[in-house]
Design a protein around this ligand. Structure first.
Ligand SMILES: [Zn+2]
Ligand SMILES: [Zn+2]
Length: 67
C-alpha cells in the first residue's frame, strides 16, 4: 500500500503548507497615514494632533488619508 501512504503524506504536507500560509497572512499591519509616513521619511514625527493622539494609544491615525 505504498500509494496510499504517499497520498497521506501529500495531504499532510498540503495541510501544513496551508496552515503556514494562513499564519503568515494573518497579522496584516494597517498602513500608516500618508502624512506620518512622509514625516518619518524626513526623520521627524507627524505633528497632526489626530496622529499624535492615535500614536499615544499605540495606534495609527484613522482620520488622515492612508498612503
Ligand atoms: Zn500624520
Ligand atoms: Zn492624523
Amino acid at each position: 500500500m505504498r500509494t496510499l501512504r504517499l497520498c497521506a503524506l501529500i495531504a499532510l504536507g498540503m495541510a501544513l503548507g496551508y496552515a503556514f500560509s494562513e499564519a503568515a497572512d494573518a497579522p496584516k499591519e494597517t498602513p500608516k497615514a500618508k502624512c506620518c509616513a512622509q514625516a518619518e521619511k524626513d526623520g521627524k514625527k507627524c505633528d497632526h494632533s489626530c496622529c499624535e493622539a492615535a500614536a499615544k494609544d499605540g495606534k495609527k491615525c484613522e482620520q488622515c488619508p492612508k498612503g
